[in-house]
Ligand binder design. Sequence first.
Ligand code: ATP
Ligand code: MG
Length: 331
Amino acid sequence: RPRVLSGIQPTADSFHLGNYLGAVRNWVAMQETHDAYYCVVDLHAITMGHDPIALRNRTRISAAQLLALGLDPERCTLFVQSHVPEHAQLGWVLSCITGFGEAGRMVQFKDKSAKAADTTTVGLFTYPILQAADILLYQADQVPVGEDQRQHLELTRDLAQRFNTRFGPTFTMPAPYILRDTAKITDLQDPTAKMSKSASSPNGIIELLEEPARSAKKIKSAVTDTGREILYDEENKPGVSNLLTIYAALTMRTIDELLEHYDGKGYGDLKKDLAEVVVEFVKPVQERTRAYLEDPGYLDKVLAIGAEKARSVASVTLSTAYQNIGFLSPA
Ligand code: ATP
Ligand code: MG
């Protein structure tokens, strides 16, 4: 079975629809066909400033949501990044073969640091290098992520290639696995920006764990485009197109079917129906998340087993990397 690795940050009290449709939905599917490793990347979540109590809670909530969305600890390895120290260890090694200018070209760093120039940390700068370590430690063949991570995947591939060339075969070359249709769910209030845990305004984001009535309201007040016709046109009608994308993905219908169904109808009809679809989707997810959170013993056990499995793979890769780079093995 090909190996996959992917991660999600515990940077909010809830995941959003973009996280699910762009990433986690694939994670669930790939547990059936791949040797799958999924992690809650708490090391990444401290790069923008954070509250310790919130981080610990959000790490638990993230794991509970992943189970509620369909990850099955019998079918995949689910763990918390900081439980596997090899991530930070390989991250250091990779940072020493990354060019300063190369890291400086990362668009996510430029975006996130531009919004918080005076609090930007070195950790935010080296974030993509740690992400490369996350992936390469598991010798992942594929990495299911949203479109926003494509550039980081390219860097990961460059670093793998560079390390292998300089120090001998060590890492598998990972390929991005990006679903074309839902790779970028956009902000409901600003349909040219991606929906984001940390950057979207409250009305721009559908949180899986928020009050469903609130989600319905947000959909009904989503920014739509000029004109009245329901068309799929990302360029000229990004708002309506985003709603159609979400609708199609949650109902497994095609955009064409939806267009036919809404022929002659207005934005209001589309929004009203989509609001219902979203509410029906999130309700059972919320119930299951709550149930997992009420059983912290089970959650901790799942994460402990996951960490142990993850470490058994990560430690082998790290020793090979240490060996190849010339570190003296401890006696
Ligand atoms: P943050 O704002 O804290 O960076 P985020 O919303 O970008 O949060 P991440 O934890 O960084 O979420 O990313 C988790 C996964 O979700 C990644 O694979 C990412 O590509 C994917 N993802 C994030 N936002 C979207 C989106 N709007 N559409 C599709 N996929 C997305
Ligand atoms: Mg992100």
